[in-house]
Design a protein around this ligand. Sequence first.
Ligand code: MRU
Length: 365
Amino acid sequence: MNKSRESTPLRAPSSSATGTVALRWHGSSLELLDQRLLPAEEHWITLESASGVAQSIQDMVVRGAPAIGISAAYGVALAARRAEREDWQAEIKLAIRDLSASRPTAVNLFWALQRMERVFDGCNSLSQAQKRLADEAVAIHEEDLAANLAMADHALEAMGLSAGAGTPDPISVLTHCNTGALATGGYGTALGVIRRLHEKKLLERVFADETRPWLQGSRLTAWELMRDGIPVTLNADGAAAAILAAGEVRWIIVGADRITANGDVANKIGTYSLAVLARFHKVGFMVVAPSSTVDMALASGSDIPIEQRDGREIREIRGIPLAPAGVQVFNPVFDVTPANLIDVIITEKGAVRNPGINGMRDLFG
Ligand code: MRU
């Protein structure tokens, strides 16, 4: 990972519509905010190769489905920039292959790489590929930010809180994992909806699950929300049931890593149990994700590859043991929430209420 970089003009979104950004594109390099070190340290890593980007996705320097896809697209653009004139096509293909092996569950990665591959297939020279692939990566980044802003509008409408709904009382919501500017091209999916509620003075409080084992909720979501002055209460994942039982929360709002043709949703481990709790306590359950997260090629959630990560993520924290050495660990980092537990899926194309095959087909073909 190279620390030096040329300062070329930015064409990618330079702001995320919030104070937080996860990635910065400089034309010849990609900078990633190292999310492994937050909230203690804000350290940026500069990458000039696709292999560096692939490694950073695998190691979770950058994470969150849309941010992974955007980073991978920039990785392909970097591969084109570094390619040798004679072997440029083979080098770019190899980069796409390496990037696609970085993480298995979020379909945004494969969606972005397929989009880059289509552009690459239409290029006749290295210089053309360099320009077109960089432009496409920036477009993917910009479109994701725009999708987040559109989803916030659709979500408020689905909650009956859009303009014209009188002056409703502020509500409290609960969220899981991190789905904010750190996980996307900016603003956020579920956290974008929460941001919009706050902007419209419709938010009383966000309860943020800490999200064991990687602690996206405590390390990232709480940090991101506090930076923007959004009222957040951090809770252990196991406290969610008590919070719902106390009648504190109107909606649970989460993101997604892959949504299948029948409306099943893969998201951070623990999401499924929240959906069960929401149904039991008659609390709304909303999934917010751009259409790049929808995988109509998979019939149902049981077809989604679920990433299993190293047991050390559960056995220890930053090298400090939390469990007996050598204990066997089960560490799937995503689970699948069945469509029938979801009240509404929001994408930039609109809402699918009570998702199922027909509703999904109507919106996504
Ligand atoms: O393992 P992560 O941190 O990449 O998982 C992230 C999530 O599960 C998010 O909820 C999901 O990607 C939606 S992000 C807008």
